[in-house]
Design a protein around this ligand. Structure first.
Ligand code: SF4
Length: 388
């Protein structure tokens, strides 16, 4: 039977070793995302949202280091149904996983796209890397069932190469074959098939004239269209989990609404689960089923979206929601007293205690544990110690 969660992170701890000292960016963060939902991770800039997902994906760069924890991933594939522990896998294995079973969309489409490559080729690259086996199979079937033209005299050689590629896409003989000019037709057909698939997925994202768009370069496209192409790259291999890291933050409001609508639509057809990272509570309210709130490298509250917005339990979540401007608001906007702590020397005990209006003595020495204060509603705060 398939596992009910798509990913489970336990006690994830990540530090950055800087000249100023060790930045304790993540402190024992535990997060569980159920299959089929959109999970929002919210909090102020620098609270550790991106570090959490980058740690889960193992793309933390130096001077950062994952110091501890576990990340178990449960895709619906026969080989991994029981779950795999991502932190213990090799980098080569993770490269196969990223962009295939887990994909990411980043904030800035210009940085994600190569300006001198047609966007269709950039989507196709994902197929060339992750779907070599299925593409070879398809081309081989076409070759066998029709009289498809191949370079004269090399038909059986080419067929053998597709057969090898369908079985073992990393076979050394394929690397050698790429060097032989007369066999290059083999590679050309693979690229053509990948481009065909890329055009198909661009069309599935509701983009008009997908062929023309696939043949365009990034500078020919608007910001919203570029972000759609980034989404197409992420969805090319139908990932089990899509991570959107502030994916709409740099877009203007109308385009942002279009991209959010697109993600909601794709959630019904193309993607099983989404992890949405954002500082925008409006985006969370509109798109997420469940929310995790982060503060200074810790997860302080986690609940379904409605209960969290209606009855937030953690003082930080309460202050965060109170600071959102309301349409008919009169008077001054509420802010959270104090400043975000320096994570080289984070406060002892609860990291929110210097800013918390309900601080108690215990808060200054003991780290509150994330525990269930209400059904399906977890909070890390000593105010609820007696309830849980
Ligand atoms: Fe405030 Fe104490 Fe709760 Fe931290 S643990 S949020 S300081 S009451």
């Amino acid at each position: 039977m398939a596992h009910e969660n798509i990913i489970e992170a336990k006690n994830l701890t990540t530090h950055f070793y800087t000249y100023e000292g060790v930045v304790k960016a993540l402190d024992r963060v535990s997060l569980t995302i159920k299959k089929g939902i959109t999970f929002g991770l919210v909090g102020e800039s620098g609270c550790g949202k991106s570090v959490t997902v980058r740690s889960m994906m193992r793309i933390i760069q130096e001077p950062g280091k994952i110091e501890g924890g576990q990340v178990r991933f449960f895709p619906d594939t026969d080989a991994m149904r029981e779950g795999v522990e991502l932190l213990s896998k090799s980098e080569a294995w993770m490269q196969e996983l990223r962009g295939d079973r887990i994909s990411m969309i980043f904030q800035e489409p210009n940085a994600a796209l190569n300006s001198i490559m047609r966007v269709g080729d950039q989507v196709a690259e994902s197929f060339m890397f992750h779907r070599r086996r299925s593409m070879s199979k398809k081309i081989l079937e076409d070759l066998e069932s029709t009289k498809t033209r191949v370079f004269p005299g090399t038909r059986s050689l080419q067929k053998n190469l597709y057969a090898i590629s369908a079985k073992s896409p990393d076979a050394p003989v394929l690397r050698l074959a790429k060097q032989v000019p007369i066999l290059k037709h083999w590679q050309f057909r693979m690229k053509k098939e990948a481009f065909r698939r890329a055009t198909e997925i661009i069309g599935r994202l509701g983009i008009a004239h997908p062929k023309e768009v696939a043949e365009s370069y990034p500078h020919n496209l608007s910001g919203g269209m570029k972000q759609r192409i980034v989404i197409a790259i992420a969805l090319a291999c139908k990932p089990d989990l899509l991570i959107a890291d502030e994916a709409t933050s740099n877009l203007d409001v109308t385009v942002q609404a279009q991209i959010l609508d697109l993600l909601k639509e794709l959630k019904k057809t193309e993607i099983s689960s989404i992890l949405m990272i954002t500082h925008d509570l409006g985006v969370v309210a509109e798109t997420c089923d469940r929310v995790g709130v982060m503060y200074a490298g810790t997860l302080c509250e986690e609940a379904d979206t409605q209960p969290l917005f209606k009855t937030p339990l953690h003082p930080y979540t309460q202050a965060l929601l109170a600071s959102v401007p309301k349409f008919h608001q009169e008077g001054e906007l509420k802010t959270i007293d104090g400043t975000v702590p320096n994570l080289v020397h984070p406060p002892l005990g609860c990291r929110f205690h210097p800013r918390c209006p309900y601080v108690m003595e215990i808060c200054k020495t003991q780290v509150p544990l994330l525990q269930e204060a209400r059904p399906n509603h977890r909070v890390a705060c000593h105010l609820y110690d007696a309830i849980s």
